[in-house]
Design a protein around this ligand. Structure first.
Ligand code: F6R
Length: 359
Protein backbone atom coordinates (compact mmCIF):
# COMPACT_ATOMS: atom_id res chain seq x y z
CA UNK A 1 0.00 0.00 0.00
CA UNK A 2 3.03 2.27 0.36
CA UNK A 3 3.74 1.61 -3.29
CA UNK A 4 7.22 0.25 -2.57
CA UNK A 5 8.26 3.28 -0.53
CA UNK A 6 9.50 2.89 3.05
CA UNK A 7 7.08 5.52 4.34
CA UNK A 8 3.77 7.03 3.30
CA UNK A 9 5.33 10.46 3.54
CA UNK A 10 7.88 9.67 0.84
CA UNK A 11 5.23 8.09 -1.36
CA UNK A 12 3.04 11.15 -0.96
CA UNK A 13 5.92 13.51 -1.78
CA UNK A 14 6.83 11.50 -4.87
CA UNK A 15 3.30 11.28 -6.23
CA UNK A 16 2.82 15.05 -6.19
CA UNK A 17 3.29 15.71 -9.90
CA UNK A 18 0.58 13.17 -10.74
CA UNK A 19 -1.68 14.49 -8.03
CA UNK A 20 -1.24 18.00 -9.44
CA UNK A 21 -2.53 16.74 -12.80
CA UNK A 22 -5.60 15.32 -11.05
CA UNK A 23 -6.15 18.58 -9.21
CA UNK A 24 -5.96 20.67 -12.40
CA UNK A 25 -7.90 18.29 -14.64
CA UNK A 26 -10.95 19.91 -16.21
CA UNK A 27 -10.45 23.14 -14.31
CA UNK A 28 -8.73 24.96 -17.17
CA UNK A 29 -10.15 25.57 -20.63
CA UNK A 30 -7.87 27.26 -23.15
CA UNK A 31 -6.39 30.29 -21.40
CA UNK A 32 -8.92 30.45 -18.61
CA UNK A 33 -9.78 28.88 -15.31
CA UNK A 34 -13.36 27.58 -15.29
CA UNK A 35 -14.85 29.05 -12.07
CA UNK A 36 -17.63 26.45 -11.85
CA UNK A 37 -14.99 23.73 -11.68
CA UNK A 38 -13.71 25.23 -8.43
CA UNK A 39 -17.18 25.65 -7.01
CA UNK A 40 -17.61 29.34 -7.88
CA UNK A 41 -19.56 31.41 -10.40
CA UNK A 42 -18.28 34.35 -12.46
CA UNK A 43 -21.16 36.45 -11.05
CA UNK A 44 -20.07 35.81 -7.49
CA UNK A 45 -16.35 36.35 -8.22
CA UNK A 46 -17.23 39.69 -9.79
CA UNK A 47 -18.71 40.84 -6.48
CA UNK A 48 -15.80 39.82 -4.23
CA UNK A 49 -14.07 42.87 -2.75
CA UNK A 50 -12.14 41.35 0.17
CA UNK A 51 -10.98 37.89 1.12
CA UNK A 52 -10.38 36.41 4.55
CA UNK A 53 -8.47 33.13 4.68
CA UNK A 54 -8.52 30.97 7.79
CA UNK A 55 -6.63 27.76 8.42
CA UNK A 56 -4.25 25.98 10.79
CA UNK A 57 -0.71 24.64 10.49
CA UNK A 58 0.35 23.70 7.01
CA UNK A 59 -2.95 24.88 5.54
CA UNK A 60 -2.25 28.30 7.05
CA UNK A 61 1.08 28.36 5.22
CA UNK A 62 -0.72 27.56 1.96
CA UNK A 63 -3.05 30.46 2.78
CA UNK A 64 -0.10 32.85 3.02
CA UNK A 65 0.94 31.91 -0.50
CA UNK A 66 -2.68 32.33 -1.61
CA UNK A 67 -2.71 35.86 -0.20
CA UNK A 68 0.38 36.81 -2.15
CA UNK A 69 -1.02 35.37 -5.38
CA UNK A 70 -4.52 36.86 -5.05
CA UNK A 71 -3.20 40.27 -4.11
CA UNK A 72 -0.53 40.45 -6.79
CA UNK A 73 -2.59 38.93 -9.60
CA UNK A 74 -6.16 40.03 -8.88
CA UNK A 75 -5.40 43.14 -6.77
CA UNK A 76 -7.99 42.12 -4.16
CA UNK A 77 -6.95 42.57 -0.51
CA UNK A 78 -6.57 39.36 1.51
CA UNK A 79 -6.16 38.70 5.22
CA UNK A 80 -4.87 35.38 6.44
CA UNK A 81 -5.37 34.27 10.03
CA UNK A 82 -4.69 31.22 12.10
CA UNK A 83 -8.10 29.72 12.93
CA UNK A 84 -7.54 29.45 16.70
CA UNK A 85 -6.76 33.18 16.79
CA UNK A 86 -9.42 34.38 14.40
CA UNK A 87 -12.29 32.76 16.22
CA UNK A 88 -11.68 34.76 19.41
CA UNK A 89 -10.38 37.96 17.85
CA UNK A 90 -13.72 39.72 17.35
CA UNK A 91 -12.84 39.98 13.66
CA UNK A 92 -13.95 42.94 11.60
CA UNK A 93 -14.89 42.03 8.04
CA UNK A 94 -16.07 44.31 5.27
CA UNK A 95 -19.25 43.45 3.41
CA UNK A 96 -18.53 41.37 0.29
CA UNK A 97 -15.74 39.52 2.04
CA UNK A 98 -15.35 35.98 0.81
CA UNK A 99 -14.24 33.71 3.64
CA UNK A 100 -11.99 30.86 2.57
CA UNK A 101 -11.29 27.99 4.97
CA UNK A 102 -8.43 25.69 4.03
CA UNK A 103 -8.34 22.26 5.67
CA UNK A 104 -7.00 18.95 4.44
CA UNK A 105 -9.27 16.98 6.75
CA UNK A 106 -12.16 19.41 6.72
CA UNK A 107 -12.59 18.54 10.41
CA UNK A 108 -10.21 20.87 12.27
CA UNK A 109 -12.27 22.21 15.17
CA UNK A 110 -10.89 25.76 15.12
CA UNK A 111 -11.30 26.09 11.38
CA UNK A 112 -14.89 24.86 11.54
CA UNK A 113 -15.62 27.36 14.32
CA UNK A 114 -14.36 30.17 12.06
CA UNK A 115 -16.57 28.98 9.21
CA UNK A 116 -19.58 29.01 11.53
CA UNK A 117 -18.68 32.47 12.80
CA UNK A 118 -18.35 33.79 9.25
CA UNK A 119 -21.75 32.38 8.31
CA UNK A 120 -23.34 33.96 11.37
CA UNK A 121 -21.88 37.28 10.29
CA UNK A 122 -23.53 36.77 6.91
CA UNK A 123 -20.47 36.11 4.76
CA UNK A 124 -20.12 33.76 1.83
CA UNK A 125 -18.05 30.78 2.97
CA UNK A 126 -15.87 28.66 0.78
CA UNK A 127 -13.82 25.60 1.73
CA UNK A 128 -10.73 24.15 0.17
CA UNK A 129 -10.50 20.61 1.47
CA UNK A 130 -9.17 17.21 0.53
CA UNK A 131 -11.98 15.29 2.14
CA UNK A 132 -15.20 14.76 0.23
CA UNK A 133 -18.24 15.14 2.44
CA UNK A 134 -16.21 16.53 5.37
CA UNK A 135 -17.85 18.93 7.81
CA UNK A 136 -16.12 21.92 6.20
CA UNK A 137 -17.43 20.88 2.79
CA UNK A 138 -20.95 20.36 4.11
CA UNK A 139 -21.12 23.57 6.11
CA UNK A 140 -19.78 25.95 3.44
CA UNK A 141 -21.65 27.77 0.71
CA UNK A 142 -19.19 26.39 -1.82
CA UNK A 143 -16.28 23.96 -1.91
CA UNK A 144 -13.29 23.12 -4.06
CA UNK A 145 -11.64 19.77 -3.50
CA UNK A 146 -7.88 19.45 -3.69
CA UNK A 147 -8.21 15.93 -5.15
CA UNK A 148 -4.88 14.84 -3.70
CA UNK A 149 -6.17 11.40 -2.73
CA UNK A 150 -5.90 10.07 0.81
CA UNK A 151 -3.00 11.57 2.76
CA UNK A 152 -1.89 8.97 5.29
CA UNK A 153 1.34 10.43 6.68
CA UNK A 154 0.59 12.85 9.48
CA UNK A 155 2.89 15.48 7.99
CA UNK A 156 1.02 17.11 5.16
CA UNK A 157 2.73 17.24 1.76
CA UNK A 158 0.55 16.63 -1.28
CA UNK A 159 -2.46 18.22 0.42
CA UNK A 160 -0.37 21.36 0.92
CA UNK A 161 0.80 21.68 -2.68
CA UNK A 162 -2.70 21.03 -4.05
CA UNK A 163 -4.09 23.66 -1.66
CA UNK A 164 -1.62 26.07 -3.26
CA UNK A 165 -2.78 25.00 -6.72
CA UNK A 166 -6.45 25.57 -5.89
CA UNK A 167 -5.56 28.99 -4.46
CA UNK A 168 -3.65 29.73 -7.67
CA UNK A 169 -6.75 28.79 -9.70
CA UNK A 170 -8.85 31.11 -7.54
CA UNK A 171 -6.30 33.93 -7.95
CA UNK A 172 -6.28 33.47 -11.73
CA UNK A 173 -10.09 33.27 -11.98
CA UNK A 174 -10.40 36.47 -9.91
CA UNK A 175 -7.66 38.16 -11.92
CA UNK A 176 -9.44 37.34 -15.17
CA UNK A 177 -12.84 38.57 -13.97
CA UNK A 178 -11.40 41.71 -12.38
CA UNK A 179 -9.63 42.74 -15.57
CA UNK A 180 -6.09 41.40 -15.12
CA UNK A 181 -6.05 38.15 -17.14
CA UNK A 182 -2.85 36.08 -17.09
CA UNK A 183 -3.16 33.50 -19.87
CA UNK A 184 0.57 32.76 -19.57
CA UNK A 185 0.12 31.58 -15.99
CA UNK A 186 -3.03 29.60 -16.78
CA UNK A 187 -1.16 27.73 -19.51
CA UNK A 188 1.90 27.46 -17.29
CA UNK A 189 -0.08 25.55 -14.67
CA UNK A 190 -0.40 22.66 -17.08
CA UNK A 191 3.41 22.40 -17.27
CA UNK A 192 3.77 21.97 -13.52
CA UNK A 193 3.46 18.17 -13.41
CA UNK A 194 6.33 17.88 -15.88
CA UNK A 195 8.44 20.39 -13.95
CA UNK A 196 7.61 18.58 -10.72
CA UNK A 197 9.03 15.34 -12.11
CA UNK A 198 12.16 17.22 -13.16
CA UNK A 199 12.61 18.63 -9.66
CA UNK A 200 12.14 15.19 -8.10
CA UNK A 201 14.82 13.81 -10.43
CA UNK A 202 17.56 16.09 -9.05
CA UNK A 203 16.97 15.82 -5.32
CA UNK A 204 20.03 13.69 -4.40
CA UNK A 205 21.85 16.66 -2.80
CA UNK A 206 18.99 17.03 -0.31
CA UNK A 207 20.11 13.76 1.32
CA UNK A 208 23.56 15.22 2.07
CA UNK A 209 21.96 18.31 3.48
CA UNK A 210 19.72 16.16 5.69
CA UNK A 211 22.73 14.21 7.00
CA UNK A 212 24.32 17.48 8.00
CA UNK A 213 21.18 18.83 9.69
CA UNK A 214 20.48 15.56 11.47
CA UNK A 215 23.67 15.83 13.48
CA UNK A 216 23.10 19.47 14.46
CA UNK A 217 20.84 21.29 16.87
CA UNK A 218 19.01 23.82 14.83
CA UNK A 219 18.39 25.29 11.41
CA UNK A 220 17.12 28.60 10.10
CA UNK A 221 14.95 29.09 7.02
CA UNK A 222 14.82 32.50 5.37
CA UNK A 223 13.15 34.02 2.32
CA UNK A 224 11.14 36.98 1.10
CA UNK A 225 7.52 37.13 -0.02
CA UNK A 226 6.20 33.71 -1.03
CA UNK A 227 9.63 32.32 -0.25
CA UNK A 228 9.10 33.37 3.36
CA UNK A 229 5.78 31.51 3.41
CA UNK A 230 7.67 28.48 2.08
CA UNK A 231 10.31 28.97 4.75
CA UNK A 232 7.58 28.77 7.40
CA UNK A 233 6.32 25.52 5.95
CA UNK A 234 9.88 24.16 5.67
CA UNK A 235 10.53 24.82 9.36
CA UNK A 236 7.20 23.34 10.45
CA UNK A 237 7.79 20.20 8.42
CA UNK A 238 11.25 19.56 9.84
CA UNK A 239 10.16 20.33 13.41
CA UNK A 240 7.15 18.08 13.35
CA UNK A 241 8.89 14.95 12.17
CA UNK A 242 12.58 15.34 13.10
CA UNK A 243 12.16 17.40 16.33
CA UNK A 244 15.07 19.56 15.30
CA UNK A 245 14.78 23.17 16.42
CA UNK A 246 13.99 25.27 13.37
CA UNK A 247 13.01 28.87 12.80
CA UNK A 248 11.72 30.73 9.79
CA UNK A 249 12.40 34.40 9.26
CA UNK A 250 11.66 36.95 6.58
CA UNK A 251 15.16 37.39 5.17
CA UNK A 252 15.19 41.11 5.91
CA UNK A 253 14.05 40.67 9.50
CA UNK A 254 16.98 38.68 10.86
CA UNK A 255 19.01 41.74 11.60
CA UNK A 256 16.27 43.02 13.90
CA UNK A 257 17.27 40.71 16.68
CA UNK A 258 17.76 37.12 15.69
CA UNK A 259 21.00 37.40 13.80
CA UNK A 260 22.76 36.92 17.14
CA UNK A 261 21.70 33.27 17.04
CA UNK A 262 23.61 32.63 13.83
CA UNK A 263 27.00 31.30 14.83
CA UNK A 264 29.90 29.50 13.21
CA UNK A 265 28.41 26.62 11.15
CA UNK A 266 24.74 27.32 11.95
CA UNK A 267 22.83 25.86 9.02
CA UNK A 268 20.69 28.35 7.10
CA UNK A 269 18.37 27.37 4.27
CA UNK A 270 17.57 30.26 1.96
CA UNK A 271 14.74 30.03 -0.51
CA UNK A 272 15.06 32.26 -3.54
CA UNK A 273 12.44 31.93 -6.23
CA UNK A 274 11.17 35.51 -6.22
CA UNK A 275 13.37 37.10 -8.87
CA UNK A 276 12.29 40.68 -8.09
CA UNK A 277 13.83 40.57 -4.63
CA UNK A 278 16.70 38.14 -5.23
CA UNK A 279 19.36 40.81 -4.88
CA UNK A 280 17.85 41.92 -1.57
CA UNK A 281 18.04 38.35 -0.29
CA UNK A 282 21.66 38.13 -1.43
CA UNK A 283 22.54 40.91 1.00
CA UNK A 284 20.82 38.96 3.79
CA UNK A 285 22.84 35.87 2.86
CA UNK A 286 26.00 37.94 3.24
CA UNK A 287 24.85 38.94 6.73
CA UNK A 288 24.55 35.33 7.88
CA UNK A 289 27.73 34.31 6.08
CA UNK A 290 29.60 37.04 7.94
CA UNK A 291 28.64 35.22 11.15
CA UNK A 292 29.84 31.88 9.88
CA UNK A 293 26.57 30.30 8.72
CA UNK A 294 26.65 27.34 6.36
CA UNK A 295 24.13 28.28 3.68
CA UNK A 296 22.04 26.03 1.48
CA UNK A 297 20.13 27.76 -1.28
CA UNK A 298 16.96 26.45 -2.86
CA UNK A 299 17.09 28.72 -5.83
CA UNK A 300 15.45 29.60 -9.11
CA UNK A 301 17.76 27.96 -11.65
CA UNK A 302 17.78 31.12 -13.77
CA UNK A 303 19.65 32.98 -11.01
CA UNK A 304 23.33 33.47 -11.85
CA UNK A 305 26.09 31.20 -10.69
CA UNK A 306 28.27 32.71 -8.01
CA UNK A 307 25.60 33.37 -5.40
CA UNK A 308 27.25 33.60 -1.98
CA UNK A 309 25.89 30.22 -0.85
CA UNK A 310 27.76 27.05 0.10
CA UNK A 311 25.41 24.51 -1.48
CA UNK A 312 22.96 25.11 -4.29
CA UNK A 313 19.79 23.18 -5.06
CA UNK A 314 18.23 24.38 -8.30
CA UNK A 315 14.53 24.46 -8.91
CA UNK A 316 13.59 25.02 -12.53
CA UNK A 317 11.30 27.98 -12.16
CA UNK A 318 9.67 28.98 -15.38
CA UNK A 319 7.09 31.40 -14.01
CA UNK A 320 7.87 32.63 -10.47
CA UNK A 321 4.18 32.80 -9.47
CA UNK A 322 3.92 29.06 -10.07
CA UNK A 323 7.13 28.08 -8.33
CA UNK A 324 5.95 27.55 -4.73
CA UNK A 325 4.78 23.99 -5.36
CA UNK A 326 8.12 23.16 -6.97
CA UNK A 327 10.22 24.73 -4.23
CA UNK A 328 8.13 22.88 -1.64
CA UNK A 329 9.54 19.55 -2.83
CA UNK A 330 13.13 19.99 -1.57
CA UNK A 331 11.79 21.37 1.72
CA UNK A 332 9.57 18.32 2.22
CA UNK A 333 12.37 15.92 1.29
CA UNK A 334 14.78 17.72 3.60
CA UNK A 335 12.39 17.20 6.52
CA UNK A 336 11.82 13.60 5.50
CA UNK A 337 15.48 12.59 5.14
CA UNK A 338 16.46 14.45 8.31
CA UNK A 339 13.82 12.56 10.30
CA UNK A 340 14.96 9.27 8.74
CA UNK A 341 18.59 10.04 9.56
CA UNK A 342 17.61 10.72 13.16
CA UNK A 343 15.71 7.44 13.33
CA UNK A 344 12.32 9.00 13.96
CA UNK A 345 8.92 7.52 13.17
CA UNK A 346 8.26 9.62 10.09
CA UNK A 347 4.64 8.75 9.42
CA UNK A 348 3.51 8.88 13.05
CA UNK A 349 5.29 11.78 14.74
CA UNK A 350 4.81 12.21 18.44
CA UNK A 351 2.06 14.46 19.80
CA UNK A 352 0.47 15.16 16.43
CA UNK A 353 -2.84 13.90 15.12
CA UNK A 354 -3.81 13.81 11.48
CA UNK A 355 -6.97 15.63 12.23
CA UNK A 356 -7.28 17.96 15.24
CA UNK A 357 -10.95 17.75 16.11
CA UNK A 358 -10.60 19.23 19.58
CA UNK A 359 -9.90 22.85 20.36
C1 F6R B 1 1.22 19.70 9.23
C2 F6R B 1 0.04 19.21 9.86
C3 F6R B 1 -0.84 20.17 10.62
C4 F6R B 1 -2.13 20.38 9.84
C5 F6R B 1 -3.12 21.23 10.63
C6 F6R B 1 -4.37 21.54 9.85
O1 F6R B 1 1.91 18.76 8.53
O2 F6R B 1 -0.29 18.07 9.72
O3 F6R B 1 -0.20 21.40 10.82
O4 F6R B 1 -1.80 21.00 8.63
O5 F6R B 1 -3.47 20.55 11.82
O6 F6R B 1 -5.06 20.39 9.46
P1 F6R B 1 -6.20 20.45 8.39
O7 F6R B 1 -5.62 20.91 7.11
O8 F6R B 1 -6.76 19.06 8.30
O9 F6R B 1 -7.23 21.44 8.89
Amino acid sequence: ERGGYPHFMLKEIMEQPDVWSDCLLGRIQGDRVVPEQIGLTPEYLQRVKHIQIIAAGTAYHAGLIGKSLIESLARIPVNVDVASEFRYAHPVMEPDTMVIAISQSGETADTLACLRLARELGHFTFSITNTVGSTAARESDAVAYTLAGPEIAVASTKAYTTQILVLTLIALALADIHGHPRPDLVRGLLQLPLLGHQVLDVMEPVKDMAERLASGHDVFYIGRGRDYALAMEGQLKIKEISYLHAEAYPAGELKHGTLALIEENTPVVVIMTERDVADKTVSNILEVKARGAEVWGIVDSSLPVGLPIDHRIDVAVDLPELSPVLAAIPLQLLAYYTAVARGEDVDQPRNLAKSVTVE
